[in-house]
Design a protein around this ligand. Structure first.
Ligand code: MN
Length: 256
C-alpha cells in the first residue's frame, strides 16, 4: 500500500501523460497525395505516448466505397497505421464524414477503432462537448442536405454496396465531379454552417461547446447561447499541414 503522498504523485504523473485528447478531421487521405498519409503516420506514431484518446471526426478518407473496396482505393497503408496505433494502446474513435460515410463494421474490426454516431456527446472533465462532422449544420446548402438524407438511408447504402467494386468506383468518381461542378455555383456562406442550426443543435443537446470539421475553416468561434458563453471549435483540413485540436488540463488548443 503506497503512502498517501506517493499515491498523489502517481496520479499527477499519470495525468500528465495520459490525459491529452486530440481531435482531427478532414485529412482527405488519398494515394494521389502521399504527403498527407505521411503526416498522418508521423502524427499517429507521436500520439501513442502522448494521447489517451483520439477522435477522428470524419473525412479521414477522400472517398470510401465500402470496406471491401480498401485495396481498390489503395488505403491498406492507412488501415495498418490505425491498427498499429490501436495495438500500441491508443483508443481511437471514428465518426463518419460525408466522404467516408460508408466506413463500416469490417473497417472497425480490422483497425480496432470504434465508430461513433454523428453527433456524439462526450464528457471532458465535467464539461459536456458535442462532436459532429459538421455537414449537417450546413443547412443553407439544400442540395447537399437532400443528397445527404438520401445517401444515409439503409436502402441507398445497401443498393450501392451491392454493386461491384469497380462500378462503385465509377459512381464515386462521377459524384465527385458533379459535386465539384455544383460547388462552383455555391457561395462560401452557403457552404458554411448555419448559425441558427448550430444553436438549435447545441440547445437540443444542452451543450455550450461543440467541435466539428467539414468546412475546412479552422477557428474558435465564441458566441452567446441563451445568455451563456458558448464555443464552437472548427478543425482544419490536412491538405497543406496538420490541423489538430488538443484538450489537456481543462483547456483546448487548436494547432495548425
Ligand atoms: Mn466533410
Amino acid at each position: 500500500m503506497p503512502a498517501p503522498d506517493e499515491l498523489e504523485k502517481n496520479i499527477t504523473h499519470d495525468d500528465a501523460h495520459t490525459m491529452t485528447i486530440a481531435f482531427i478531421s478532414d485529412l482527405h487521405l488519398d494515394p494521389v497525395r502521399p504527403e498527407s498519409t505521411q503526416w498522418f503516420k508521423e502524427f499517429m506514431s507521436h500520439s501513442i505516448d502522448r494521447l489517451s484518446r483520439l477522435y477522428i471526426l470524419g473525412d479521414l478518407f477522400e472517398v470510401w466505397i465500402g470496406d471491401d473496396g480498401r485495396d481498390t482505393l489503395g488505403q491498406g497503408a492507412v488501415e495498418n497505421i490505425i491498427k498499429a496505433t490501436v495495438h500500441a494502446g491508443l483508443d481511437i474513435f471514428f465518426m463518419h464524414g460525408n466522404r467516408d460515410f460508408l466506413v463500416g463494421n469490417d473497417f472497425a474490426k480490422r483497425t480496432g477503432c470504434k465508430i461513433l454516431p454523428d453527433p456524439t456527446l462526450i464528457t471532458l472533465d465535467s464539461k459536456q462537448v458535442l462532436l459532429t462532422h459538421g455537414d449537417a449544420l450546413c443547412t443553407d446548402d439544400i442540395e447537399h442536405q437532400t443528397a445527404r438524407q438520401e445517401m444515409l438511408t439503409a436502402k441507398w447504402k445497401m443498393a450501392f454496396l451491392n454493386k461491384p467494386v469497380n462500378q462503385r468506383m465509377d459512381t464515386a468518381r462521377s459524384m465527385r465531379t458533379q459535386s465539384e461542378t455544383s460547388k462552383k455555383t455555391k457561395s462560401m456562406a452557403m457552404m458554411d454552417v448555419n448559425q441558427q442550426q448550430v444553436e438549435k443543435v447545441m440547445r437540443e443537446h444542452g451543450v455550450l461547446t461543440m467541435i466539428h470539421g467539414h468546412t475546412h475553416k479552422p477557428a474558435v468561434h465564441e458566441f452567446s447561447l441563451d445568455g451563456a458563453p458558448a464555443k464552437r471549435y472548427v478543425l482544419g483540413d490536412w491538405y497543406t499541414q496538420k490541423s489538430v485540436l488538443y484538450y489537456d488540463h481543462g483547456g483546448f488548443a487548436l494547432r495548425g
